[in-house]
Each structure stands twice: as C-alpha cells, then as structure tokens.
Design a protein around this ligand. Sequence first.
Ligand code: GLA
Length: 729
Amino acid sequence: MKHILAAVGVALAVQTVNAAEQRIIRISTDNTDLVLQVAPNGRLYQTYLGEKLLHESELKNLKWQVHPASDASVVERGWEVYSGSGNEDFFEPALAVTHSDGNPSTYLYYVSSSSKEVEGGVQTDILLRDDKYPVDVTLHYVAFPKENVIKTWSEIKHQEKKPITLSRYASTMLYFSRQSYYLTEFSSDWAKEVQMSTQQLLAGKKILDTKLGSRAAMHMQPFFTVGLDQPAAEMQGDVLMGTLGWVGNFSFTFEVDNVGNLRVIPAINPYASDYLLKPNETFTTPEFIFTLSKNGTGEGSRNLQNWARNYQLKDGKGSRMTLLNNWENTAFDFDEPMLAGLMKEAKDLGLDMFLLDDGWFANKYPRNSDTAGLGDWDVNRAKLPGGVPALVEDAKEAGVKFGIWIEPEMVNPKSELFEKHPDWAIHYPNRDVYYYRNQLVLDMSNPQVQDYVYGVVEKLMKENPDLAYFKWDCNSPITNIYSPYLKNNQGRLYIDHVRGVYNVMKRVKENYPDLPMMLCSGGGARCDYESLKYFTEFWCSDNTDPVERCYIQWGFSQFFPAKAMCAHVTSWNKSASIKFRTDVASMCKLGFDIGLKELSADELAFCQEAVANWKRLVPAIMDGQQYRLVSPYETNHMAVNYVSPDKSKAVLFAYDIYPRYQAKLIPVKVQGLDPNKMYKVEEINLMPGTESTLETNGKVFSGDYLMKVGLEVFDFKPLHSRVIELTEQ
Ligand code: GLA
C-alpha cells in the first residue's frame, strides 16, 4: 500500500489538509497500538500509544491536540511525532537544523507513507518534508506483532545548496499522559555493571547519557525502563522498556512538561557533535527498540529476549559453545605447552572450546602487560614459536575448538603500528596526550583505518580457517578527542567513528557469517542491539564474584536473553563454594576461567557434572522463556526459572545470598509451566557424596501445583544455592 497525499505537492507547497485527508497511521503489535495522525495543519502527531484498541473505526476519535487553544491568541499544540526546532512547541525537539542560510527552524509536513512485510513483522515508512527548505525526514517503524516489540529509526536528508548543520537528531519521540512516571536506570562502572535504581520523573528533564565515545556504556547502559503510574514491578503494572542500538555516545531525554505529560527522546548524544550534513547525504539514526508491557518487566523482558533471538542477535536461534578462558588464570603469562595443557583441561571438563585471551601478540614491543603491543597483531614468537596454527593444532588434538581475543580498534603508543601511523590514532596535534589503560583509540572515521581493523580478523582467519571464535574487546574511551582524518570537521568524529566501527563489524559478519563472536568492553560496556547483529554474545562484567553476578545478571536480563550473556566460573570470591559460583554462571551462557589444578577431585567432578547438566538444559536456559521470580534487590535471595518452548523441561535456580537469622522463607512459585502437565522435581548440581535435602526431591507435581503452591527451595545458609530440574512425566 502506498498513499501519497495530493495536497502536499512535489513543489513543497504544503497546505492545510481537509478532514478527509487527515490520514491515520496505525503501527500495531498483538498487544500495543501506536497511532499517528495527520492534523488539519498537515503535520504528523501521536494520538495514542498504549494497549491495543479493538475497534479500528474508533481511531478517528483520538485527538491530536493535547493543548487545545483556550483563545484565538494561543496556538493549538499536539504531540508532534518528529518535532523540529524553532516551531511553536516549547519543549525538547527531535530535530534541530541550522539551514545553509542560517535559519534555525524546521517544520515538517506529512508527504506520504507506505508499509511492507518484513521478517517478523510490518515496516511502516513515513516521509515528512519542510515547506520552506528541501529537507526530508523519513520515519521508519517495524512492528513485531508476536513479540510486542517496535523498532524505530529515522533518516534525514536535504538538497540545500550547501551543507546544513544538525544539532539534534533523535531516533524517535514517544509521549505519555499518566499520573506519574518512574525511571529505572542502569548505571555502571568497571566491575559494577547495571546497578538498577529508580526515581520519580517530575517536572523538567532527566537525561541519561554517555560522552565516552568508545567503551561508551562504561558508566551508563543504553537501556531504561519507565514505570507508568507506579514504579516498574516484575509481574504487574504498565512499563515502557527501551534500548538504543548505538555503541557510541547516546542520550535518553525524559521531559515532563507543564501539564504533566512525558516525552521520551532516544538519540545519539549531540554533545560536541554538530553534524555538517552534505546535500543528498543521508543521516540515519540508530534503531530504538521498545516494548510496552501491561504485566510488568518480566513480560517486557521476555518480549525483548524473544525478539532478539528471533530477529536481531547474530545466530539468535543457533547453539552456543561452552568454553575455558585463560585470562583470570594466567593473565599475560603463558607459553604454548601451558596453553596446550589448558586445552586438555577444557576437554576434561566437557567444554566445547578453549579461548586464548590477551597477551599472545607483538614482538618489537611484546604484549606482556597492558602497556605495550596493542596494534601489532603478529603472534609473539617468544611465547608461541609455533604461532596460532600450532595452537589450533593443539586444540584439535585435545578435541576442543579454539578461539582468540583481539582488541583491534586500539593502539598502544608503544607499538610498531603507532610508530608507522601516528595519524591513525585519535589525539590532539598540539596538546599533551592522556591515556586510558595506556592506549589510544584508532580513528574509525578513517576508511583506511577501517580496512586495517577488518584486516586483523581477515589475516587470522586466512592463516587459520579453523579458528572458531573471537572475543573482541574495547578497553578505552576516546581520549584526546581529535581526528587527524576529519581535520576541521570534528563535529562528525563521535558519530562517524561509530559508523566506522559498525562498517567493520558488518564486514566481518558478511564474510564470516557463521563465526561466533563475543562482544567485550572492559567487562560489560558494550551490549547494544546494533552490535549484537554482528555478535552472538557479550561479556557482562569482569566481576565474576557470584554475589555481584546475581545483581549483574538480573540487570542485563531485563533486556537480553541468557543466550547472549556470557558468565564464567572463576576464583573471584573464594568464600563462595565452587558449586555456588557454578550455579550462578549456569543461569547464562556457561564458561570457566579457572585453573583446574586448584580444584579438589570432588570439585572437579562436580564441575564436570554441572557442565553436562547445563548442556542438557540448553532448550530451557538458552532457547526457552525466562521468569525472574525473587529479586536480589528486594530480598536476600534470588530465584529465576526457565521453561523450554514445548514446556516439557524447566529449571529453577535458587540462591540464598545473605539470609537473615530466622527470616521468613517463602516457597517459590515457578512460572510458565503447563498447568496440566506433570513434572518430576529433581535437585541437580549436587556435590559428590551429598544428597538433596529438598523434601520434594524426586516427587511429581502438576504444573498448576508448582505455579500456585511452589517449592520450598530457600535456606538459611549464606552463599547456598539449588538447581532444580523439572521434567515432564
Ligand atoms: C578486558 C576484558 C577482560 C580481559 C582483559 C584483557 O578487561 O574485559 O575479560 O579480556 O581486557 O586485557
């Protein structure tokens, strides 16, 4: 279907449209409607965003003006879908343009819209145009009915004679009219990712943003939840959950206006980024992905997790490899025999792969610490005389796959790369250089640098076609913010740098579509849904203390499926048993990063069994539905369960973190089971020689009983955990 409004002509002469032409555009999922309407003034307004309306015929009753004129001297105002700077709206715009003649105003009028089927849903494209300047904005929406997710982005283009300057370029704008709004944000730092906190949004603006450029989500994650009328809750209430697919500077603006309405503006952060857009060049904003749930964040998370696995995540429906990593165990200090030994240990544990971390490269300035070598991706011959091919062979012999760590967007000044191409690194030509982790960020706005970074992967793959996995790291924010390549056009740096990063990620995926890749950024500072088109999983945090991991995994699971979240068993917090550490990591994509020699025979046997159990439970944990049952933020315990798609298998994870003396222990009600199926309850992941103390162990209950009465799985012992397998009989 293609509709073109005749009233809005090719000649850009935009007139007032009459009632019959007040086109209504409906963007629907199974549960949600976003309704837009062309008003008599020819502009496009949001008339509704909420629970799906049953009767199409009633959409015309929705009102476009939210500030009806009280007298003739006051202009009628509505929720303009993509409000431009300089118009009669007194609040934050979506778009701000300074035209080539210096005029700072933009009024966008509806021109046409069309819709088409795309994978998983329907895409609606709406063209808007300024009446005085040849500036076009196209709004794109993809509605995924089954998952109740809407993905939206915009494109800005012009045909003025000279470049125009963009100083605001939102992905979209959403409006709400409720009694109250509560924002849950996910602030972070190294080893302290996704700290959830909630505050009420009152009059004025609250902005969540980052200016780090690269490793951009180190202090704030690119996602948020808004509780509508009440703080977001797990199992009830209306919530908006949104995330931006942008691995650079982002900003979420929440503005409550004079009458208590909220506008939400997800965007690239315009900080230091006045963007000079050339005629006919298209500025594409990042995708903003959101869901509205009537039943709290639990349902909202499942919407996003399902959507991600079905359509966005690289190989979202495929399998994942369990692995042994060596970073926590050896750091930079290893040689080939040691690694070959670790590969055998990986096999012994029942793992699929060995992942070699940092420290394997550079010769003139060997990578023996984080002070040198980044940029020189030739194998370090002193440590590894046989090169990567010998390691691939060792892995084959051990019977595991082999993966490798890279950090290709970075350079240590102590490197041959920097000696040869100092102008490839972002830094000021005329000031003292400051460093983060002794390194500089390569200038990805420069196409030559993009080729070089792509070449890091290509060279390794050409030499070692059997390389099975990459961990791609990014440990520094952009420091010394000046691009030698962009010269006097620095306003583009933060944005074009990110576009360059995506160009390379995309190229890697195009050429190696089946290569699993882990996204990492000094722990969990990269997990945006644009990058995840090119990555199968991400590293949630360098903090692998299982207590902290309970909170971190609870936080990330709000927006990501367990399949995308890597969790490793390590030696952080040895006061927690190996069982507790493994049980916590088993909630996500399981891996190990520990020397097996430090484990006792019982502990090793436990780990072997836990790996086998995890593999058996893949249909539930990786491909099933997740239910967060008991929050570590609200109690001293935590519980989560997963159910396989056919509901024949489920697993319940229960953790006693710091139980209080004689506190009331409440049975945990499982969710998502088939009420009419009978399930056998079996505690698994038991240490050798111990037996389950669960009263219900070995017994059979209906799904109905397990969901209404629940299981008594909590205990008074600190750092105690239980994994319970439920199998249909
Ligand atoms: C980052 C990562 C770690 C590890 C080190 C290596 O900190 O998050 O997992 O790879 O780099 O230097």
